[in-house]
Structure formats: structure tokens, C-alpha cells
Design a protein around this ligand. Structure first.
Ligand SMILES: Nc1ncnc2c1ncn2[C@@H]1O[C@H](COP(=O)(O)OP(=O)(O)O)[C@@H](O)[C@H]1O
Ligand SMILES: Nc1ccn([C@@H]2O[C@H](COP(=O)(O)O)[C@@H](O)[C@H]2O)c(=O)n1
Length: 201
């Protein structure tokens, strides 16, 4: 199994890059795990308490469970990937049965901050988009898809998102094997990653 880690700040285009990679590759050969599925279970907290969580700090992620799941997949067994709700700020209680594939892609803002995970990735990719571009994309996406308003996104951006990005996410470029510039759609970089994957399939 080839495990590819794709990191980068919120709105840089990780999910889009993953979908572009999957597009045209043989169905059922490449699997995806999202770090978002591994936000810690916060059922014991009220909604008001959950809203205040710093979701851009590594401690918000259950990296132990994520690493365990990757090990299980590596041993050719399926996992139950939790489903996360950005509206409820919590896991839904549902899971998605995720089967091992020849290539597994793990994507998320903080996945390169965890040394155990870093060791498991055969290829580490960092997707870069400029800060203003990411904020614009995030604003549009969170308002249209994640049930947020302008004030919520901007307040979260100023209080946690930007400081956490500068402290934890941007420095992870150092560990990347490949950095994909993604201010514009980058078909050349996507084709290179697809070629690497096709060699493995
Ligand atoms: N290269 C790009 N140019 C313009 N818009 C993009 C680009 N990549 C992604 N987007 C858009 O930006 C938003 C955030 O992208 P997404 O892939 O969800 O980012 P991430 O997963 O890194 O948070 C989405 O609405 C997506 O359509
Ligand atoms: N309940 C939550 C959980 C996370 N976030 C934000 O999601 C971002 C990471 O997801 P991407 O798809 O953008 O990579 C992260 O910056 C968190 O702030 C949230 O808003 N609410």
C-alpha cells in the first residue's frame, strides 16, 4: 500500500486536489481518509462549548485513532471512518466502511504535524495557496456549505485560524516532498501525482 499525505492550510484546495487526482484513475484502486473525520468526539460538551473549540490546533484531532486506522488498512482490513458534521461541530455517530486500497490518500490541515503519521506517509505533499486567496475561498465555502456567516468565519480566522496556521501548518512545508502551488488550478502538478500513483497501480 502506498500512503500519500496531503496537507496545507484551510482553503488551499486539498479536497479539490484529491478529487482531481481520483478523476480518471481506475475506480476502487485509490481510497481517501479525511483528517476532518478524526476531530475528537465532543458529545460530552454542549453546542455552546463546542463552538469555542480551537479546531486548528493539533490537540483537536484524535491522531491516535487516525494512526490506528491507517495501520489496520495497511494490514489489509477495513475500517469504520467516523462521519463529522461541521454544522454540529461533532461526529454524527455514523461511520463509513472504508476498505484498504493499493493507494490511500490522507488529507488534512494538520496531518504533517504528527510524527507518527509522518513516518507512515510514503509521499508527503503540501498544497500552497496565498493567505488572502484561502480566506476568500473559506468565506465562500463556509457560508454556502458549512452553515456559517461572515462574522463567524472572520472571527474564527482572526482568533484561531491564522495564528494556528502560522504556528503549526505553514512550518510543515519543511517535511513535504512535493509542494503544489494552487493559487490557480494546477493541472501539471496533478498529472505528476497521477503518474506516480499509476506506477503503483
Ligand atoms: N485552484 C483553485 N482555484 C480556485 N478555487 C479553488 C481552487 N482550488 C479549490 N478551490 C475552491 O476553494 C474552496 C476550498 O477548496 P477545498 O478543496 O475545499 O480546500 P481545502 O480542502 O484545502 O480546505 C472550494 O470552494 C473550491 O472549489
Ligand atoms: N467544527 C469545525 C471543525 C473544523 N472547522 C475548520 O475546518 C478547517 C479544516 O477543514 P478544511 O476542509 O478547510 O481543510 C479548519 O481550519 C477548522 O477551523 C470548523 O470550522 N468547524
Amino acid at each position: 500500500m502506498l500512503i500519500i499525505g496531503i496537507a496545507g492550510g484551510t482553503g488551499c484546495g486539498k479536497t479539490t486536489v484529491v478529487n482531481q487526482i481520483l478523476n480518471e484513475l481506475p475506480e476502487g484502486e485509490v481510497g481517501v481518509i479525511s483528517q476532518d473525520s478524526y476531530y475528537k468526539d465532543t458529545t460530552h460538551l454542549s453546542y455552546e462549548e463546542r463552538v469555542k473549540i480551537n479546531f486548528d490546533h493539533p490537540r483537536s484531532i484524535d491522531f491516535g485513532l487516525l494512526a490506528d486506522h491507517l495501520k489496520i488498512l495497511k494490514s489489509n482490513k477495513p475500517i469504520h471512518q467516523p462521519v463529522y458534521s461541521f454544522v454540529k461541530h461533532n461526529r454524527t455517530g455514523d461511520t463509513i466502511l472504508t476498505h484498504p486500497r493499493k493507494v490511500m490518500i490522507v488529507e488534512g490541515i494538520l496531518i504533517l504535524t504528527n510524527p507518527d503519521l509522518r513516518k507512515m506517509f510514503d509521499i508527503k505533499i503540501f498544497v500552497h495557496a496565498d493567505t488572502d486567496e484561502r480566506l476568500i475561498r473559506r468565506l465562500k465555502r463556509d457560508i454556502s456549505e458549512r452553515g456559517r456567516d461572515l462574522d463567524e468565519v472572520l472571527t474564527r480566522y482572526q482568533t484561531t485560524l491564522k495564528p494556528m496556521h502560522d504556528q503549526f501548518i505553514e512550518p510543515m512545508k519543511e517535511y513535504a516532498d512535493i509542494i503544489i502551488p494552487n493559487n490557480k488550478y494546477n493541472t501539471v502538478a496533478i498529472d505528476i501525482v497521477k503518474t506516480i500513483i499509476n506506477e503503483k497501480l
